[in-house]
Design a protein around this ligand. Structure first.
Ligand SMILES: NC(=O)c1ccc[n+]([C@@H]2O[C@H](COP(=O)([O-])OP(=O)(O)OC[C@H]3O[C@@H](n4cnc5c(N)ncnc54)[C@H](OP(=O)(O)O)[C@@H]3O)[C@@H](O)[C@H]2O)c1
Length: 284
């Protein structure tokens, strides 16, 4: 009998919502998991549950993904432990209605929702021993529509508006995906992004003001479950039909067009260069 090869997937933001259900879906398909979040306690309990139910292997990393130094440190540990990873899912994200700064002095939405995707992925691509047959999946959003990025004040959060900052970060996920997919063409690495749907999760729960809570509960009423919201991530991670598909944006497991501005290669290149400069400055 042919033995089933076990693959390994890394999922950021795995302790709640879409990330959590993505992990369960992948564990059901026999993937070993690299689990990342800020909470040791939540990671241990998730890991125990998944190992108990599905008999796969997990390795947990506690990391504040808004800190570039913490990401760097974690990536060293990951590369010491793993030679190869099959799937990287950049999923962790949040909405900050009030302006906050990361430990690196970056506006928080930009730091977590964009820079963590950039820092983690580029670090692993540089330092993993074997990067063949890798699928990179970036969880973006339909919120990327009807917005442009002004690269100049992006990392400082100039003229801050929480919802617009979130929209820009999700557009940044698309620029990052398209640019990286093009850069890696011809290699056995695919890079895609997706909209999970409007999903009932904890995403806006870190905003304390009453009117945000009211708006959030109204949106939640019309939203799909986290299990449903995880399906496109799971599809891109596992399905043979997309093993060679790269540089696309998916919704409901189908590729669709993104906003007109998201195809501007000049902006994608400038965002890439800016992200690289920030990373180099903070890692120096
Ligand atoms: N929900 C929606 O309707 C929707 C729609 C479109 C796109 N999305 C995207 O889907 C992704 C997942 O969101 P969700 O709705 O599932 O949110 P969620 O339920 O709030 O889950 C967010 C996850 O990210 C982790 N996280 C948050 N801040 C972190 C940090 N600083 N460092 C490390 N981990 C951190 C959290 O883990 P810990 O708290 O344990 O650290 C949690 O596991 C996001 O990228 C979001 O933009 C969501």
């Amino acid at each position: 009998m042919k033995s089933k090869i076990t693959k390994t997937a890394l999922v950021t933001g795995c302790t709640s919502g879409i990330g959590l259900e993505t992990c369960i879906g992948l564990a059901k398909q026999n993937f070993n998991l690299i689990l990342i979040s800020r909470s040791d306690e939540k990671l241990s309990s998730l890991s125990k549950e998944i190992i108990g139910k599905y008999g796969i292997k997990t390795k947990c990393f506690v990391c504040d993904l808004s800190s570039l130094k913490d990401i760097n440190k974690m990536c060293i540990e990951i590369c010491n432990y793993y030679n190869h990873i099959d799937v990287i899912i950049n999923n962790a994200g949040a909405i900050y209605m009030d302006k906050q700064f990361s430990v690196d002095g970056l506006e928080m939405t930009f730091a977590l929702n964009h820079m963590s995707y950039f820092a983690l992925t580029t670090n692993l691509l540089e330092n993993l021993h074997n990067i063949d047959d890798l699928r990179i999946i970036n969880v973006s959003s339909q919120a990327h529509r009807n917005i442009k990025i002004d690269l100049d004040g992006l990392d400082r959060g100039d003229n801050y508006n929480g919802w617009f900052a979130y929209k820009k970060s999700k557009l940044a996920n698309i620029y990052f995906t398209y640019y990286m997919a093009k850069k890696l063409l011809g290699k056995s690495i695919t890079v895609n992004c997706l909209h999970p749907g409007v999903v009932n999760t904890n995403i806006a729960n870190n905003n304390e003001k009453l009117y945000y809570k009211i708006i959030t509960s109204i949106i939640k009423y019309f939203s799909i479950s986290a299990k449903e919201g995880a399906q496109t991530s799971i599809y891109l991670a596992t399905n043979d039909l997309v093993s060679n598909v790269t540089g696309l944006y998916f919704k409901n497991c189908r590729p669709i067009k993104t906003s007109k501005v998201s195809y501007d290669e000049k902006v994608a290149l400038e965002l890439w260069k800016k992200s690289k400069r920030i990373l180099e400055k903070i890692s120096a």
